[in-house]
Design a protein around this ligand. Structure first.
Ligand code: ZN
Length: 620
């Protein structure tokens, strides 16, 4: 066992709590603060999960039995699992009841569950139920759903939240297959990141198989009034009945996206590719759960202008789900490759001038993070240091956008043909394997630079990965379509009336560029006239609405505040919520408004999002 940072308390203090056996000095249960896990996968690792559980909406509880097959490579005497706020009822090893030890709760990381095993043991089953603090679970009341009749529940396990759903070895480097049998209330359908049912049955009992090995952060579950509509033989949409047709129309380009993706990444290996459009309070844009992307309904704009998010989640079928970051500090391997891949899919289906806008908006997001973190901020490195830190801290725009533009630089410098061959080989060679930054760089050396280290050094590869800030060979992005937008804004600023602005043919992205670059504060007269002409306060496009509300706060345009409050009460996507609360925090009067709105609607937000916003509002 290398790299295992031992915390001082070890196991000594708590073995007696759950065990009638005296303390065992051979128990190696420790928390690894670089890997954020108690699991001892280097000695003994789980390979398959059989999960039998019931979903209880009244108690907001998942209860059942997780039966794990494991391989004991080193004659280990204990197998260690991660748990978070789980109550363990009974443990059996090879079908015989066993004792177990549960360490005290470590804030944010949970408790280690240690179970004694003997040579020849291969199966452990753990009967348990989830707790009220489960960070993976969000329980929605009927009024928080689109249909407003039945409650809803969904999970979000990335990065270390699967342990609050079931006891598991919760590390991205360990892969497992799984099968499940779930009991849900009648009238509901449950879907997982697995082979899924496509219609409800009377009993509310469903079964699932995921026979392709995945890391535990890709276990996923959603339960509610969910229906399915196929797009073609391998793709379709799951969502609440009232959203089904709109979602199906918006996502009808999925087969075309898939063709473009396979051209770059090689064959899609997961069988079906379906999308679950979650209720509005879904905390993130999308989650690449294998076979079943979970996505926010805020991408349903009516004109397919926000579907690049689906391209992103689809691209994860290669970068992330197939080739997985070995540790969370290698996150850029998942997100940078995926963001680059997403842009290539979009270029293929929407053209270069369209995709340049996506690159530019992403670049602006990255610049705004550089501004917040400082150009020399530790977390502006692609390979971040997460020792003693929650992996959630790694999810800024840096791994996504700095990672993507680094790959774009490599593509421009080595030529698309060579770069594409490298990508394709990278995915097939590392398929189903955890991959570190160092393994990726070594592969790049061999396959992109043909062992020529001068070439690699000239492109500043190590500076891109290991240093802070942005190297000076970063590609320049200057989308023609934004030049036209900037001209219109300049006209406005030089005195032209709002009524003369030419916005014909603008998509969401042109509007974002226009609003982001407006002076802050913007003159009240312009705000009023822009709103009257373009109905921005009432925009049903969540990206545009969010940008407009930010500008409205900064300009103290109070006419938008009631609609903004409705938006904040319904939408749970962190990307929209956090900047709005941050903007409101800037003046005492608006801070009061932020506190009032947050107090009123915090229960509508995902627990992870609510705690982040609380931190924002309480920070000095
Ligand atoms: Zn992603």
């Amino acid at each position: 066992m290398s790299n295992y940072a031992r915390l001082s308390y070890l196991v000594l203090s708590f073995l007696l709590v759950q065990s009638c056996k005296p303390q065992d000095s051979e128990n190696t249960l420790v928390f690894n603060d670089e890997l954020h896990s108690f699991a001892n996968t280097k000695e003994v690792h789980t390979t398959h999960l059989n999960w039998d559980a019931a979903i209880d909406f009244d108690r907001k509880q998942v209860s059942g039995t997780a039966t794990w097959n494991f391989v004991n490579d080193s004659n280990a005497r204990y197998i260690h699992f991660d748990t978070y706020d789980l109550t363990i009822k009974k443990v059996k090893v090879n079908n015989k009841e066993s004792q177990y030890f549960l360490s005290p709760m470590l804030e944010e990381y949970g408790s280690g569950l240690s179970i004694p095993i003997q040579q020849g043991d291969t199966v452990v089953s753990i009967e348990y139920f989830t707790g009220p603090q489960a960070t993976a679970l969000q329980w929605l009341k009927p009024e928080q759903t689109a249909g407003k009749q039945l409650p809803y529940m969904f999970t979000q396990c990335e990065s270390i939240h699967a342990r609050s759903l079931l006891p598991c070895q919760d590390l991205p480097s360990n892969r497992i297959t799984y099968e499940a049998k779930l009991q849900v209330p009648k009238g509901m359908l449950a879907v997982m990141s697995a082979k899924n049912p496509i219609e409800k049955n009377k009993e509310g009992i469903y079964t699932y198989q995921m026979e392709i090995p995945v890391p535990t952060y890709l276990i996923a579950l959603a339960v509610g009034d969910i229906e399915y509509k196929a797009i073609d033989e391998r793709s379709g949409v799951y969502t609440e009945p009232s959203m089904l047709d709109a979602a199906w129309k918006e996502l009808s380009d999925i087969p075309m996206m898939m063709t473009a993706a396979e051209k770059l990444g090689g064959p899609y290996r997961w069988g079906k590719y379906d999308v679950l459009i979650a209720p509005p309070s879904f905390p993130i844009g999308g989650m690449e759960n294998p076979r079943l992307t979970f996505a926010t309904p805020t991408i349903i704009a009516g004109d397919k202008s926000l579907v690049s998010l689906i391209a992103h989640e689809m691209a994860h079928s290669w970068s992330g789900n197939l080739v997985t970051n070995a540790r969370w500090d290698d996150l850029w391997l998942n997100e940078g490759f995926t963001t680059y891949f997403e842009r290539r899919i979009m270029e293929s289906i929407s053209g270069k001038s369209y995709t340049e806008m996506l690159w530019e908006l992403g670049y602006q997001d990255m610049q705004s993070d550089f501004k917040d973190m400082g150009l020399n901020g530790e977390d502006t490195r692609l390979k971040v240091n997460l020792k003693k830190r929650n992996p959630g801290d790694a999810f800024s725009n840096i791994p996504y956008e700095k990672g993507a533009i680094f790959l774009r630089m490599l593509e421009e410098q080595t030529g698309r043909e060579k770069f594409d061959a490298f990508m394709n080989a990278y995915f097939s060679e590392h398929a189903f394997k955890p991959t570190t930054t160092e393994q990726c760089l070594a592969f790049m050396d061999r396959n992109l630079f043909n062992g020529d280290s001068n070439r690699r050094n000239a492109l500043k590869v190590r500076e891109w990965i290991y240093e802070t800030g942005l190297p000076d060979n970063c590609p320049k992005i200057n989308p023609e379509r934004f030049v036209l937008v900037d001209q219109q804004r300049a006209l406005l600023e030089s005195g032209a009336p709002v009524s003369t602005l030419n916005t014909m043919g603008w998509t969401t992205h042109e509007w974002l560029q226009f609003l982001r670059k407006m002076p802050r504060p913007t003159k009240m007269e312009w705000m009023t006239n822009l709103d009257q002409r373009f109905q921005l306060t009432k925009s049903t496009n969540s990206e545009i609405a969010d940008e407009w509300f930010k500008l409205s706060i900064a300009s103290n345009y109070k006419e938008a505040f009631d609609e903004m409050e409705i938006f904040l009460s319904q939408v749970g996507r962190k990307k929209f919520l956090e900047p709005l609360y941050m903007e409101m925090k800037k003046t005492p009067e608006n801070l009061k408004m932020a506190q009032r709105i947050f107090a009123k609607y915090r229960n509508n937000y995902h627990p992870q999002t609510a705690s982040k916003i609380e931190k924002i509002l309480n920070a000095k």
